[in-house]
Design a protein around this ligand. Structure first.
Ligand code: COA
Length: 398
């Protein structure tokens, strides 16, 4: 797409889903004989969403879309993309199960994208180009994942589960994307999940270093290319596998910052990290959880900012997927952004969750992949995975 296009394309609506139970990381720390401050301050997490057997990428993705479905003109919807690294089938796309559950028309194109935590960003930019070619059509991009590292592992505290849904359109209500992204990729073994493994393999310290190296590279390239400075941005948002990770990248960005830029960007980072601190790692949805968190918290916390509106603010987003691929891109918040959000219902969703004991969490963890045909409990509401019949995954709605 040319940079002088007059079509403004970006995110029009955002939906979220997290499972109905969570683990407090201080409880986990005590069970693992770790100082709780290591998890709360050293890693930067408070709680992590814990999926039950009935929560998979299809059910969570469908539930995230269901939140925004009433606002979507189905006649204009042309494409549904799922970004995930928790695939449920080696061949069939999870997006087709989701399309069926939501009764979306068969004329809609639909597929899944994989590149670790970069999948949703790849989907977002496929959507961008699709809408550039067909400005009257819209695209649904869903990020849905279960982040698993294993009981007692160093990565255990950085687990989580959930989904983010985004409607991409011309003249969007929330965020117009700029055509100025900076990309970088290399063949690196920092995190991967070989066939047959139910947990990721990760060299956590190496992946942290690669993430920071990649960020420094694209951030410097972007600034050289555009001559924009920190004062041009209201917020820098990051992929947050755990919030300390993004804080480390922010420190790289702030190396030559003045006091005002530092104060503004640190404050807005905190607002962007609130949901991640409370939910944990969503893998490919994590960057978009930070965007949602910032949009739903930033204006409420900025004392003396008039009506507290974020409209007109230029923001930058850093997407990273192990393996590894990253993108630094920017956008501008639109005047109608509040129409595309659901802060109150998200607060209710998070507050209604049940707190698990460590023993309950460990049992759910062990059961998650234990038996494909296990009869599961139903959630209180929404779509859920109901086990396998004749090698075919079954779904239902509570
Ligand atoms: N109080 C406060 N902070 C403490 C502490 C305490 N009592 N004890 C330790 N810490 C801090 C450490 O100083 C360290 O901080 P730093 O990173 O700023 O140096 C932090 O807690 C982590 O501790 P550390 O011992 O270095 O690491 P670890 O062996 O527990 O592993 C990860 C941490 C992040 C490497 C591990 O959780 C992991 O592998 N996670 C998955 C990685 C991932 O998501 N990769 C994908 C990236 S896209």
């Amino acid at each position: 797409m040319s940079s002088n296009t007059e079509v403004h394309i970006g995110i029009d609506r955002m939906g979220m889903f997290v499972p109905e139970q969570y683990l407090d990381v201080e409880d986990l720390a005590r069970a693992r004989h770790v100082e709780p401050a290591k998890f709360t301050r050293g890693i930067g997490q408070s709680r992590m969403s814990v999926p039950r057997h009935c929560d998979d990428i299809v059910s969570m993705g469908a539930n995230a879309i269901a939140e925004i479905l009433p606002d979507i003109d189905i006649d204009r919807l042309g494409l549904l993309i799922v970004g995930t690294e928790s695939g449920i089938d080696q061949s069939k796309s999870s997006s087709l199960f989701i399309k069926h559950l939501l009764n979306l028309a068969n004329r809609i194109e639909s597929f899944e994208i994989k590149e670790a935590c970069f999948g949703a960003t790849a989907g977002l930019f496929v959507a961008y180009h699709y809408v550039a070619a067909h400005p009257d059509r819209t695209v649904l991009v869903v990020a849905s994942d279960v982040a698993r590292y294993g009981l007692g592992t160093a990565g255990e505290v950085t687990q989580g589960a959930g989904a983010i849904a985004m409607l991409v359109s011309a003249d969007p209500d929330i965020l117009v994307l700029n055509d100025d992204a900076e990309d970088y990729s290399d063949d690196i073994n920092d995190f991967w999940r070989p066939n047959g493994h139910t947990e990721a393999l990760v060299d956590g310290k190496y992946s942290t270093q690669v993430y920071l190296d990649f960020f420094r590279h694209v951030f410097d390239e972007y600034r050289d290319k555009t001559a924009l400075g920190l004062d041009d941005f209201g917020a820098l948002l990051f992929h947050l596998p755990f919030t300390k990770m993004g804080m480390k990248a922010l420190r790289v960005a702030l190396e030559d910052a003045d006091v005002d830029d530092r104060k503004r960007l640190e404050h807005n980072f905190e607002m962007s990290a609130r949901y991640s601190r409370d939910v944990g790692n969503l893998y490919t949805g994590s960057l978009y959880l930070s965007l949602l968190s910032w949009l739903e918290h930033a204006d409420l916390d900025q004392a003396g900012s008039g009506d507290g509106s974020l409209a007109g603010t230029r923001i930058a987003l850093f997407s990273y997927g192990s393996g590894a691929m990253c993108k630094f891109f920017t956008g501008r918040i639109q005047p109608g952004y509040r129409r595309g959000l659901r802060a109150e219902s998200h607060a209710r969703m998070l507050n209604a969750r049940k707190r698990l004991t460590v023993q309950e969490y460990e049992q759910l963890f062990d059961e998650y992949y234990a038996s494909e045909d296990v009869q599961t409990e139903k959630p209180e509401s929404g779509f859920y995975y109901a086990g396998v019949k004749h090698d075919i995954r079954q779904y239902s709605r509570a």
